[in-house]
Design a protein around this ligand. Structure first.
Ligand code: KG4
Ligand code: ZN
Length: 341
């Protein structure tokens, strides 16, 4: 089965063609980061309008690069949520119209299921069951995964998502949007141990997270440095490193707990923050210490992309699932409401 995948949930327009026999045929992405950067975050209306402009040229590019005639697909998958409703509607309307014209089924895919399954596009994909850490701009969740659609939520953030904490902290320090890659870049030159921030909620049992207090500690430290006239480039790097280390260590402690609690050995990390080098290294070491294994996608498939939607959609379409006639667009959509395969 060959599936066209369309992702438009936030500030990236992603399109891909996935073939169940041949794997990923082509994918293309347009990132709106430059468009939103001047505003310090995503402006929903601008995002929707830009998806309208980018979608058709990206689809043409993907068909051409795959050497597939336009419309030679068995289904169209699009992100139906969670995300910005206006942005979702652009991808959904486009997908539905094409599916209607090409007389193939359309399916609305859950964005976080797309992220969760992105490591399946790599050369040695994880087998079920595994524990997944989903860390994106909008979500921080630990999930036990027994198969597609078999998701048991083990823990989640009670306030900011990990990516959101990176983005907000970066903004407070005067860094551009999105803050995750900026903080990661500065942290490389940071001095270990100059600042140490709390590891929130690690001193009590449970698998939930909270990152808003960490953001405040970081802000207080940064403001103190400014007041002392000591907020130069090196201090910025040192604060960035201390913040990143606190997030990474907190996530690692909870992932270790989740593996121990479930007795599982395979750990998957997915979503934009899983592109973070220090997080990957730390989880790799943790998994190895438990004789387990860590799986993640290549960096461009950690952040939003069309390939993960084409892949997830293909699995469900192959199982005979598809939408009724309407366009699905949901701002919120709990992942444990998804049907199993
Ligand atoms: O999954 P994603 O592309 O979009 C959402 O579904 O939210 O995740 C975007 C998030 C942003 O918060 C961004 O700052 C963060 O992922 N991010 C990173 C890194 N690359 C992206 N955070 C930390 N380190 C990175 N290298
Ligand atoms: Zn995402």
């Amino acid at each position: 089965m060959r599936v066209l995948g369309i992702e438009t949930s936030c500030d990236e327009t992603g399109v891909a063609l996935y073939d169940s026999e041949r794997g990923l045929l082509a994918d293309a992405l347009f990132s709106q980061i430059d468009l939103h950067r001047v505003y310090g975050g995503v402006v929903p209306e601008l995002a929707s309008r830009d998806h309208v402009k980018r979608l058709v040229p990206l689809m043409r590019e993907v068909f051409a690069r795959a050497g597939v005639a336009e419309g030679e697909v068995d289904g169209v998958a699009y992100t139906a949520g969670p995300g910005l409703v206006g942005a979702l509607l652009v991808g959904g309307a486009c997908a539905r119209a094409l599916a209607f014209a090409w007389r193939v089924p359309a399916l609305g895919v859950h964005h976080m299921e797309g992220h969760l399954l992105a490591p399946m596009l790599e050369a040695s994909p994880p087998e079920f069951p595994f524990v997944a850490l989903l860390v994106s701009g909008g979500h921080t969740q630990l999930v036990r995964v027994d198969g597609i659609g078999q998701y048991q939520l083990l823990g989640e953030s009670l306030d900011d998502a990990a990516g959101e904490a990176f983005d907000k902290t970066a903004k407070l320090m005067g860094l551009p949007y999105p803050g995750g890659p900026e903080i990661a870049r500065l942290a490389v030159s940071g001095t270990p141990g100059r600042f140490v921030f709390p590891r929130p909620m690690t001193d009590r049992p449970g698998l939930d997270f909270s990152f808003s207090g960490l953001k405040t500690s970081t802000l207080n430290t940064w403001q103190k440095c400014i007041a002392e006239g000591n907020a130069g480039e090196q201090t910025r790097c040192d604060v960035a490193l201390a913040f990143e280390q606190a997030v990474v260590e907190t996530l690692t402690i909870k992932c270790r707990r989740a593996l121990k609690a479930t007795g599982l050995k395979r750990m998957v990390i997915a979503g934009g923050v899983s592109a973070n080098r220090h997080l990957r290294d730390s989880l790799q070491a943790m998994a190895a210490s438990l004789r387990g294994e860590l799986f993640y996608a290549r960096p461009e498939f950690c952040t939003d992309n069309g390939a993960m939607i084409a892949y997830a959609g293909c699995q469900r379409l192959m199982a005979g699932q598809h939408d009724a006639g309407g366009i699905e667009a949901r701002a919120r959509w709990p992942m444990d409401q998804l049907p199993t395969l």
